[in-house]
Design a protein around this ligand. Structure first.
Ligand code: IMP
Length: 438
C-alpha cells in the first residue's frame, strides 16, 4: 500500500481536505507535515460542516489515526479547542497524535506576528497573525519550545527563563507591547502538557511502523506550492515547505517511500494576503468567483482575491512536487460565465517569461490568455465525464495538457459524492531518481 502526498499546487485553499476525505476509506494514518493553525480545512459531511485548522481532516473517519507531524507548528490553545469541539460533536479525538518534536506556537509568537503586521500595515505580508513565522524562526534559531518540552515543567521553566527576556524586550522596545510573565507562561504551558500528555508521541516511528505493516499513509500538506518558503513567491509566502518534499522532513518519511503525489488545484485561482497575483480579477467575474465560490478565508474570514487559472507556474509546480495525478476542484463555480480564460504564460517588458520569475518581474508580468467558451449548465449532479458540457471538457483537457500529468478527479460540489472519477487515466508514477549507467 502506498504513501500518498496530497499537495496544493496554487496559493492554498485548493480543497485538499476533500481529496483526503475521498481517499480516506483506504487510509490508516493521515499526517499533517507542515504549517499550523494558519490553515483551514472545511469538510462537508451531509448537513454537517467541520472547520479544522490543526487536526488532520482524517479525524472524521473512526478508522484513521490523525497525526500532527514534527514539521507542524502547534498552538496548543487551538489544538485543545479543536479537540473539545470534535468531542462535543461526537467525534473521537482521543486518536489524535502529536509529534513530540513539533514546535509550539507560544503566545509571544502570536503577539510578535500581529505586532509586525500592524507596524508594516499595507506593506505587511498579510499573514494570518497566528504566530507561524516567529515560531518557525525560533525553530531555525534553535530557541524553540517543542511539544515534548511541555511534559517537563522544570526543564520548560529553565528554557523559557532563557528565551523570554529577549522576546519581551523586542515586544516592548520595537512594538510597545506588554511583556509576558514567566510564571503565567510556565503554568499555562505545563497545563497544555498535562492535557495533551496522552497525545504527544514519537510520530516518526508511528508513520514508519505503519508503512512497514503495508498500510496506506496519507501525508497532508497545508497551504500550497506558491506559498512555499523556497519555491513560492518569496517573501509573500508562509514559513514552511508545503511542497511534497516537505512531507519527508515534516513527517519523517524517505523520498523513496512516497509512491504517489496528488496535486490539488481549483478550476480558477485565489490568493489571500499580499503578493503578486497576475491573473487577479477586480471586475464582475472576480465577484462571481468570490460569491459563488464562497471564497472567504476559513481561518481569518478575509475575502480571497480571485482570478483566472494561472498555468504559468503549473509545470513548475508539477515538477517540484513530482505530481503523479491531479484533482481539480470547484469546476461547478465556473458555470454561468460566458467566457473562461486560462493564463498560459506571461510576458515581461514585451518578452515571454518562464516561471520562476524574480519578484520585480512577477509584479510587472502580463498574463497571456487562451479563451474558452463557457457553459451555463449546473454541474452539481454530473458524475461522468461524458455528461459534462463539451466546453467544460475542453477546458479540462487544456488544463491537463498544460500540467502534463493526468487529471484523475474532478470535483463539482462540496459533497464527497459530487466528484467525477476519470477512469482509464493512469496516474504517472512518482518520479524516481534516474539511475546512471556505468
Ligand atoms: P502566515 O502563514 O500566517 O505567516 O501567512 C503568510 C502568507 O500565507 C499570507 O499571505 C497568508 O494569507 C498565507 N496563508 C497562510 N495560510 C494559508 C492558507 O491556509 N490558505 C491560504 N493562504 C494562506
Amino acid at each position: 500500500m502506498p504513501a500518498t502526498v496530497v499537495v496544493g499546487l496554487q496559493w492554498g485553499d485548493e480543497g485538499k481536505g476533500k481529496t483526503t476525505d475521498l481517499l480516506a476509506e483506504s487510509v490508516s494514518l493521515v499526517v499533517r507535515y507542515q504549517g499550523g493553525d494558519n490553515a483551514g480545512h472545511t469538510i462537508v459531511l451531509g448537513d454537517e460542516v467541520f472547520k479544522l485548522h490543526l487536526v488532520p481532516s482524517g479525524v472524521l473517519h473512526p478508522h484513521i489515526t490523525p497525526v500532527i507531524g514534527n514539521g507542524v507548528v502547534v498552538n496548543p490553545r487551538t489544538l485543545l479547542a479543536e479537540m473539545a469541539m470534535l468531542r462535543e460533536r461526537g467525534v473521537d479525538a482521543t486518536r489524535v497524535r502529536v509529534s513530540r518534536n513539533a514546535h509550539v506556537i507560544m503566545p509571544y509568537h502570536v503577539a510578535l506576528d500581529g505586532a509586525t503586521e500592524a507596524r508594516l500595515s499595507n506593506d505587511g505580508l498579510g499573514t494570518t497573525r497566528r504566530g507561524i513565522g516567529p515560531a518557525y524562526a525560533d525553530r531555525a534559531a534553535r530557541v524553540g519550545i517543542r511539544m515534548g518540552d511541555l511534559l517537563d515543567p522544570v526543564g520548560l521553566r529553565q528554557r523559557l527563563a532563557r528565551i523570554l527576556p529577549e522576546r519581551n524586550a523586542v515586544l516592548a522596545e520595537a512594538y510597545a507591547q506588554p511583556p509576558f510573565e514567566l510564571d503565567e507562561l510556565v503554568a499555562e504551558a505545563a497545563g497544555w502538557g498535562t492535557a495533551l500528555a496522552d497525545h504527544i508521541v514519537d510520530t516518526t516511528n508511528l508513520v514508519q511502523d505503519a508503512l512497514e505493516r503495508g498500510e496506506h499513509v496519507l501525508l497532508e500538506g497545508a497551504q500550497g506550492t506558491m506559498l512555499d518558503l523556497d519555491h513560492g513567491t518569496y517573501p509573500y509566502v508562509t514559513s514552511s515547505n508545503p511542497i511534497a518534499g516537505g512531507a519527508c522532513t515534516g513527517a519523517g518519511v524517505g523520498p523513496l517511500q512516497i509512491d504517489q503525489v496528488i496535486g490539488v488545484m481549483k478550476a480558477y485561482a485565489t490568493r489571500v494576503g499580499s503578493g503578486p497575483f497576475p491573473t487577479q480579477l477586480d471586475d464582475e467575474t472576480g465577484t462571481h468567483l468570490l460569491q459563488k465560490g464562497k471564497e472567504f478565508g476559513t481561518t481569518t474570514g478575509r475575502q480571497r482575491r480571485c482570478g483566472w487559472f494561472d498555468a504559468a507556474p503549473l509545470r513548475h509546480a508539477v515538477a517540484v512536487n513530482s505530481v503523479s495525478s491531479i484533482m481539480v476542484n470547484k469546476l461547478d463555480i465556473l458555470s454561468g460565465l460566458p467566457e473562461i480564460r486560462l493564463c498560459t504564460g506571461y510576458t515581461v517588458d514585451g518578452r515571454a517569461a518562464r516561471w520562476p520569475l524574480p519578484l520585480p518581474e512577477l509584479e510587472r508580468a502580463e498574463p497571456v490568455y487562451a479563451a474558452f467558451p463557457g457553459w451555463h449548465e449546473d454541474l452539481g449532479g454530473v458524475r461522468r465525464m461524458e455528461d459534462l458540457p463539451v466546453t467544460a471538457g475542453r477546458y479540462l483537457d487544456a488544463l491537463e495538457d498544460l500540467a502534463g500529468v493526468p487529471i484523475t478527479l474532478v470535483s463539482v460540489g462540496p459533497e464527497r459524492n459530487q466528484t467525477i472519477v476519470r477512469t482509464g487515466r493512469v496516474a504517472a508514477r512518482a518520479r524516481r531518481p534516474a539511475t546512471t549507467g556505468v
